[in-house]
Write a protein that binds this ligand. Structure first.
Ligand SMILES: Nc1nc2c(c(=O)[nH]1)N[C@H]1C(S)=C(S)[C@@H](COP(=O)(O)OP(=O)(O)OC[C@H]3O[C@@H](n4cnc5c(=O)[nH]c(N)nc54)[C@H](O)[C@@H]3O)O[C@H]1N2
Ligand SMILES: Nc1nc2c(c(=O)[nH]1)N[C@H]1C(S)=C(S)[C@@H](COP(=O)(O)OP(=O)(O)OC[C@H]3O[C@@H](n4cnc5c(=O)[nH]c(N)nc54)[C@H](O)[C@@H]3O)O[C@H]1N2
Ligand SMILES: [Mo]
Length: 657
């Protein structure tokens, strides 16, 4: 009924990491609105990597610290308490003596052991990073060779902030080639070669040309006029110059000597700063993660052992559904609307909030129905009151989960899904150095009489009952039993795997049998071993220049972007919340996860009710001033949200004043 009245796009799906399943409803229906959870998770990191490393290098796990081989790791708003294997990998390096330093407003679990906790005021990480980079320059420990060759630091920038191109310097020159100068004033041009799909394949430059990082002067243009220029490196130096360790200390609360010591250790040990995962919601997180990447580039540790590396991918592809394309080569026309969040936040990977706002306001277009496929929402969104009001406005609210949770109270329909241990899944291994594939076998089958069904089966069956012709877009016909459905769905996995095996076999006879045996005996097989020193030494990144863009050329792809995401900037006071008044009862509530408390992964929530620390931590300095004792209950009100709640207070030095 809703589709008939308002069109396909009024139906939305969202999930925490199950977009791969929820899209089996939205896309064949014709709605573009399969919108993930990223804005509440790692969207800022994705965006920052996109700005510095470009298309193809921004996604989760594509760039990673070389946890196993690093010597020094700086964690900024990252705890490694995540149960995803990375901590175990890091522990290999720690056993060999690697040092770990966590910059965090509260003491993260990892620092209860031999890792160091450096306390920072929330929302000031960009001031810390600016000082770190500045200090590397002052002590002459930045890797200038890498900056000259591997980044766009030597590229000449005009007074309007935009890069000078070859087209401006010579008649008939190339608009996509940038200009560098030698210390004696000779010019050279740097660009990338692209294949017919537009994917960069190699650099187009004179590799023997040594560019001057500190050039500041003027260049004669093709029309005979003279153009004042500076290198990107000079602009970065000037932008970050005000952030001395002393200045940064005032903003961050980290002692100046400690900033100097961290800078020294970071460069001496050729350390790496983690490029994060969950991002604090300070409204400056893109900026912070860009500075993280810039600092890593200044340390010259890109794609080398122990640095920030590009992970290898196995290249397994399982036929699936995408916008207007089915798994068997089917095609159809999608609704004309754009994905709703992309209208409001075009650069962000996914901002589901826009859909819920549209359920209330009807703008940019009305959203009437949501299928929540494996997401708790009340964990995900900070403002529960606002969320509850938005949920009440939905005409159709469907919750598909393996456990009951708060969202269920707002649902018109609650649909029980099976768990990953009950279904077959084959995919590439994420968050790992080497490119591997794994098979997750259905180790369990739902007991007789159990109503739970495979997520995709539920979704396709709903689609079929409403629009059989749309279900046919993905070759789906009624499946009455789990066996019938598995036969339909697992065929895609088998097809993708067989094609993959054939490709491997053609490269190396006997390889297919080995992969099959690996999968059978251990559940996984490594296909591609990580090769170091590739990007950007031989292969370009996905940026306009192909280099690590320490000065973002993508800021100029749209006029509005230039102001929103400057090519380089230092400390920006948090625009996300009202700053607390000094020595008042106002404070910043910083949040995140640890080994026993969690926001994500509801499965852990029931036990954490009893095991986890659910109190608000407060520094003794504040507690004394406010007359609060350890264990007191307090009423807490959001200055910006007006949300009021009760919480028990733990008075502890494990959190900054
Ligand atoms: N046990 C457990 N493991 C999980 C999850 C879970 O819920 N429980 N969830 C999984 C998911 S979805 C994710 S995204 C990953 C996330 O894993 P991580 O990226 O490691 O993130 P968190 O563990 O949330 O840690 C965030 C830290 O940022 C700090 N912080 C808050 N504000 C600021 C600030 O302004 N500056 C600085 N420097 N620090 C700040 C918080 O105090 C907190 O310690 O974990 C995954 N693994
Ligand atoms: N204050 C604060 N808020 C945060 C965070 C924080 O650190 N602090 N972290 C943020 C982060 S990083 C994230 S990722 C979000 C996560 O928040 P949500 O997106 O709400 O994700 P989860 O709480 O992991 O909920 C996942 C749901 O999927 C269900 N599920 C598990 N397996 C399946 C399955 O196979 N099928 C189906 N249909 N359901 C399944 C689980 O039972 C669970 O209810 O929270 C964010 N919110
Ligand atoms: Mo997350």
């Amino acid at each position: 009924d809703l589709v008939q009245k308002y069109g396909e796009s009024c139906i939305t799906t969202t999930s925490h990491n199950f977009q791969g399943m929820s899209k089996w409803l939205t896309f064949p229906l014709g709605s573009p609105n399969n919108i993930g959870h990223q804005s509440s998770c790692n969207a800022a990191g994705i965006n920052a990597r996109n700005w510095v490393f470009g298309t193809g290098f921004s996604g989760a796990g594509k760039l990673e610290p070389d946890y196993e081989n690093l010597r020094y790791l700086l964690l900024i708003g990252r705890t490694m308490g995540a149960s995803m294997g990375a901590l175990h990998t890091l522990n290999v390096a720690r056993a060999k003596g690697a040092r770990v330093v966590a910059i965090d407003p509260k003491m993260p679990d990892i620092t209860y052991g031999d890792a160091e906790w450096v306390a920072i005021r929330p929302g000031t990480d960009d001031a810390f990073l600016s000082a770190l980079i500045n200090e590397m320059l002052r002590t002459n420990t930045a890797d200038l060779d890498f900056i000259e060759k591997g980044t766009n630091g030597a590229y000449l920038i005009k007074e309007n902030g935009q890069p000078l191109t070859q087209a401006e310097v010579i008649q008939g020159g190339d608009k996509t080639k940038y200009v560098v100068a030698s210390p004696d004033g000779r010019l050279s041009f740097r660009g990338v070669l692209r294949n017919d799909k537009g994917i960069p394949t190699a650099f187009d430059e004179d590799s023997s040309f040594k560019a001057d990082l500190n050039m500041s002067g003027s260049v004669k243009l093709a029309d005979g006029s003279s153009c004042p220029v500076k290198t990107a490196f000079v602009i970065i130096k000037e932008t970050l110059a005000p952030y001395t360790p002393e200045k940064s200390s005032e903003i961050t609360g980290i002692p100046a000597d400690m900033i100097r010591r961290i800078a020294r250790d970071f460069t001496n040990l050729k350390g790496v700063i983690d490029d994060g995962w969950y991002t604090s919601k300070n409204g400056t997180d893109v900026q912070v993660y860009r500075l993280v990447s810039i600092a890593n580039a200044f340390n010259g540790n890109i794609d080398i052992p122990g640095g920030m590396i590009v992970t290898a991918a196995a290249g397994l592809k399982i036929p699936s559904v995408s916008q207007g394309k089915g798994p068997n080569g089917e095609t159809w026309r999608m609704a004309k609307e754009k994905r709703i969040d992309k209208i409001v936040y075009p650069e962000a990977s996914a901002t589901f909030k826009v859909a819920l706002q549209a359920a209330v306001t009807g703008k940019p277009y009305p959203i009437k129905g949501v299928f929540f496929v494996g997401t708790t929402m009340f964990h995900r969104e900070a403002n529960s009151q606002e969320l509850a009001e938005q949920l009440k406005k939905l005409e159709l609210c469907v919750v598909q989960d393996v456990l009951p949770q708060e969202l269920v109270d707002y649902a018109d329909y609650v649909l029980p899904a099976t768990y990953f241990m009950e279904r077959k899944e084959m995919a590439g291994v994420k968050w790992a150095l080497d490119g591997s594939i794994y098979l997750s076998d259905p180790g369990l089958t739902p007991p007789k009489g159990c109503e739970a069904r495979h997520d995709v089966w539920i979704l396709l069956e709903i689609l079929r009952r409403a629009f059989p012709e749309k279900a046919a877009r993905v070759g789906y016909k009624e499946c009455k039993t789990a066996e019938e459905f598995n036969k339909y769905f697992d065929a895609f996995t088998n097809k993708g795997f067989n094609k993959f095996l054939a490709q491997c076999e053609s490269q190396k006879p006997g390889w297919a049998a080995k992969i099959k045996k690996d999968i059978e005996t251990q559940g996984w097989s490594t296909i591609k071993t990580k090769k170091y020193n590739q990007y950007p030494y031989h292969k370009p990144f996905g940026t306009p220049s192909g280099k690590v863009e320490i000065y973002a050329f993508q800021s100029f792809k749209n006029e509005a972007y230039e102001k929103a995401i400057a090519p380089i900037s230092g400390y920006i006071p948090s625009p996300a919340f009202t700053a607390p008044k000094q020595n008042s009862n106002e404070f910043i509530l910083a949040s995140g996860k640890n080994c026993v408390t969690c926001s994500g992964l509801n499965m852990f929530t029931q036990p954490t009710r009893y095991l986890g620390d659910r109190t608000v931590w407060m520094n003794p300095v504040d507690a004394q001033r406010l007359g609060i004792k350890n264990g007191d209950m307090a009423e807490i009100e959001g200055i910006d949200t007006n949300y009021v709640g009760q919480a028990r207070i733990t008075v502890t030095n494990k959190v900054v004043p």
